[in-house]
Design a protein around this ligand. Structure first.
Ligand code: 0RA
Length: 631
């Protein structure tokens, strides 16, 4: 009887993990680079769970020489004892039973829903091999699986001190399109985790590149906000910090005003970056607006034509982190990064409202600074509205007035139309001649456009180059920006591979980030990738797009090659520009993410802002890599 149930169970196990291998996308979203990185998050997430429970303080992650990944933690260690009903070690079940959940599910704040929290068994199923070492009860244990099947059953290796878990896995090349881990992508995630869980210290190492980082932030999300504002002019010394628990939901919030115009609010649910927002953000925005308005009214700040503060007024120049822990989150949206639970709106709203109102009452100095900042925003917005009304009336932003410099495409279907924003008139000329005019429009931009950092919306609208850009795209700017009105669904920045090019790209990205964000959210913004070199030998020619590839190509082509370095787009004739950078069949485009744009914004602040010291520092430390100045 016992045997029969064991066998039945093993068959189920096999079928379970087999299902994962058959349809990996259902469990990890995709089998591309994103899915690959997801494997690491899944493992680290389990260690973070030990951190949240107060059992673990160190996590060490490494990308090994052979491309496998190791995650070591000093948590309690995955239990190794036999599970009564199944007579199998708990650790084996955690790794081989899909959603072993249930009694092994120690998680109080799940990361379930879509891509998150699928369990370690999914990582095991999608790994060529997967090894776990557990230190517990004075001993070290070992278990190995291959493609989800146990090949070395749990065994004791010897005595061990302390407790913890070490997992090493090799993603399966039969499953994944790429096995290449991107250090920066992973590092960014680990850094966020360290900010969000201030008790943990995370080290991250790329063995091959001999590169290592350590992330530990005693200040938690307060330090997160301070670091985000590092290069900005801060209006009050310490970020405001709030912590509350309501209906089993933990709400943590830190905020600080700067003199910048953009708002920078990031939100996390159970440590997952909710880039698409959701009910918690709705609750937060409502609480912020209400608490600030109440305080402003009660203390007679509202006068001189401003009778209330809008949400935008209250958030202008605000940098903030919202981190909440929810027992059963529902993630929605395209990338499963939008919180759907309807009850969370009210919970976050009342938690933040109460705590913030209390803070403002108790800290009148800081409160005054915050309120005055919002009132300034309200006044500027009123002025901008008037300016906008004026330009509207003149019909400047109407599509009838497409800029003269725009070489439009003949196609009128935005989904099939592209616009190349090209730096410089000469490159613009090549692009116009080289393009496919059916679906490719060209807008040349002249030199440095303008310094958006120091200008307000009303000034920006008056700049001719920006004006051309806005009217050509047709989706308007600021609060009126509407991606569904865009005349092109591919808006491609094409700039030189030099400092000026990088600069203009940063500037454009900042403009999009601050004033046309819906276009980024819609996935309409791209960066063209022109080649850096042309290598030729006899009548053989190769275009090369980065230095790594150059080494390869030079080795392949051997001696007596001639090497041309492209400094500007203008050095290519129309045909070359088409072949290397514009032909949809052969070109590479880089889609701009919010993250990219945010980084550009950060860099822009440094390069253009009023704070001289960070700019000097930045330019000094990047002097040798200016070509890579972009994101
Ligand atoms: C199940 C139960 C317990 C801990 C763990 C799993 C656990 C899993 C992982 C994965 C990576 N590191 C981990 N550390 C712990 C609770 C054990 C107990 O009650 O002692």
């Amino acid at each position: 009887m016992e045997d029969a149930s064991y066998n039945a169970e093993s068959i189920q196990v096999l079928e379970g993990l087999q299902a994962v291998r058959k349809r990996p996308g259902m469990y990890i979203g995709s089998t591309d680079s994103r899915g690959l990185h997801h494997l690491v998050y899944e493992i680290v997430d389990n260690s973070i769970d030990e951190v949240m429970g107060g059992y673990c303080t160190h996590i060490d992650i490494s990308i090994n020489q052979d491309g496998s990944v190791t995650v070591v933690d000093d948590g309690r260690g995955i239990p190794t004892g036999l599970v009564p009903k199944y007579e199998r070690p708990a650790v084996e079940m955690v790794l081989t039973v899909l959603h072993a959940g249930g009694k092994f599910d120690r998680k109080s704040y799940k990361v379930s829903g879509g891509l998150h929290g699928v369990g370690m068994s999914v990582v095991n199923a999608l790994s060529e091999w997967f090894e776990v070492k557990v230190r517990r009860d004075g001993k070290e244990h070992f278990l190995r699986c291959e493609r989800g099947t146990v090949t070395v059953p749990l065994k004791e290796l010897g005595p061990a001190e302390g407790s913890g878990t070490t997992i090493t896995f090799m993603p399966d090349s039969q499953i994944f399109e790429t096995l290449l881990f991107e250090y920066d992508v992973l590092a960014e995630k680990f850094k966020d985790l360290a900010y969000l869980n201030k008790t943990v210290s995370i080290t991250f190492k790329d063995v091959k590149a001999d590169h290592q980082d350590r992330f530990h932030f005693e200040g938690g999300i307060v330090e997160f906000v301070e670091d985000l504002n590092h290069n900005k002019a801060r209006l009050h010394e310490k970020p405001i910090y709030l912590l509350a628990e309501k209906d089993n939901v933990i709400v943590e919030f830190a905020m600080q005003y700067t003199d910048a115009y953009a708002e920078n609010i990031y939100s996390f649910v159970n440590n997952i970056n909710t880039a698409e927002g959701g009910t918690h953000m709705v609750g937060l925005r409502s609480a912020l607006t209400r608490a600030m308005n109440d305080y402003a009214k009660d203390n007679n700040f509202l006068k001189g034509g401003i009778d209330s503060l809008s949400g935008d007024d209250v958030r202008e120049g605000l940098t903030a982190i919202l981190s909440i822990k929810v027992p059963e989150p529902q993630f929605e949206g395209q990338t499963k990064t939008k919180l759907g639970n309807s009850e969370i709106k009210g919970i976050v709203d009342s938690a933040v409202f109460e705590k913030l109102a209390e803070f403002l009452l108790e800290n009148p100095k800081v409160a005054t600074i915050c309120i005055e900042r919002a009132i300034l925003a309200a006044q500027a917005r009123e002025a901008a509205r008037k300016a906008r009304d004026l330009t509207r009336r003149k019909g400047i932003l109407e599509s009838a007035a497409l800029p003269g410099k725009l070489a439009d495409c003949s196609n009128r279907d935005p989904a099939k139309s592209e616009i190349y924003i090209v730096e410089g008139n000469s490159a613009g000329g090549s692009a116009k001649m080289g393009r496919n005019r059916e679906f490719q429009a060209i807008l040349p931009l002249r030199g440095k456009i303008l310094n958006v950092e120091k200008a307000r919306m009303d000034k920006i609208l008056k700049n001719q180059e920006v004006h051309n850009l806005i009217t050509a795209i047709g989706a308007n700017v600021g609060p009126d920006c509407d991606a569904s009105k865009a005349r092109y669904h591919q808006i491609i920045m094409m700039t030189d591979a030099d400092v000026d090019g990088a600069h203009i790209r940063t500037l454009l990205l900042t403009l999009f980030y601050r004033y046309m964000r819906p276009l980024i959210d819609a996935g309409y913004i791209y960066i063209a990738q022109p080649p850096l070199y042309k290598v030729s030998k006899g009548n053989k020619e190769a275009y090369v797009y980065d230095d790594e590839a150059l080494t390869k190509v030079l080795a392949e082509m051997g001696k007596n090659v001639s090497l041309q370095r492209y400094k500007g787009l203008g050095e290519m004739n129309p045909k070359q520009l088409w072949e290397t950078t514009m032909d949809p069949e052969t070109r590479t485009l880089r889609k701009v993410t919010i993250d990219d744009a945010m980084k550009a914004d950060e860099m822009f602040t440094i390069l253009m802002g009023d704070e001289v010291e960070p700019r000097r520092e930045f330019i000094m430390s990047h002097a040798n890599e200016v070509v890579n100045l972009d994101i």
